[in-house]
Design a binder for this molecule. Sequence first.
Ligand SMILES: Nc1ncnc2c1ncn2[C@@H]1O[C@H](COP(=O)(O)OP(=O)(O)OP(=O)(O)O)[C@@H](O)[C@H]1O
Ligand SMILES: [Mg+2]
Length: 232
Amino acid sequence: MTPQYPQAKPEIIPPATHESVVGLVHDLGNYIQIAMSAVSIMSRHADVAASEGLGAIVAHAADSLERAGALVRGSSDPDALQAEEVNIDTCLTQMGPLLRYACGPNIRIKLYIGLVPKIRCSRLALQNALLNLALNARDAMPGRGTLTISALLADGPEAPEVELTVNDTGVGMAPEILERVLEAHFTTKPGDGHGMGLPGVRWFVERSNGRLFIESAPGVGTSVVLRLPVST
Ligand SMILES: Nc1ncnc2c1ncn2[C@@H]1O[C@H](COP(=O)(O)OP(=O)(O)OP(=O)(O)O)[C@@H](O)[C@H]1O
Ligand SMILES: [Mg+2]
């Protein structure tokens, strides 16, 4: 596969749109809080406590709501998504159950984590980026397939980087799709997609002073590569 480096087109968001998004995020925060209280009550219910299966489902819901709440807080308070030292091994291992749950039973998940140094970024934002990439991979593999996430140490242009690769064996993308995937609101999933997953991943990578590469071939699959600077 030949590496492709899609260029996102600059987009000017009019103030009215920005205001309405801020309002929407604020209201989402309220609903998340209500759902979290409901899940917390549910987790203490005798039927849930007695059932291993139900307990796990409620725990997934609580974990996702906590992440959603933290992201909503991060949108108005940049300190909530502050960069920290992140151990990739711990970060990915922590995400294992969530990835398995999100991808469903027909997708094999492989995690390969080499001996890599810590990186400096927001752990929550990194996990959110990886979840978005895993969901895209799942959508690209409607029958069966394999999602592989690997982390290794690589040489960067100036300093060492951690290379995180999210690879799928899905439908892949034609060049005319690939060159547009970083545009906000670009989606090929009508009624389902918002075209905000990959722009969010780009935002995270740029904020972390990293680099983003996407390779794809129709019928073969897609690899999204995040190169993130090693914490010094
Ligand atoms: N792994 C992949 N395999 C094939 N196509 C992909 C893959 N990842 C992204 N795409 C293409 O890029 C488009 C944009 O992806 P993006 O994640 O930004 O938005 P989306 O998945 O459509 O919607 P959402 O906002 O819910 O994430 C997708 O609609 C799809 O056409
Ligand atoms: Mg997506």
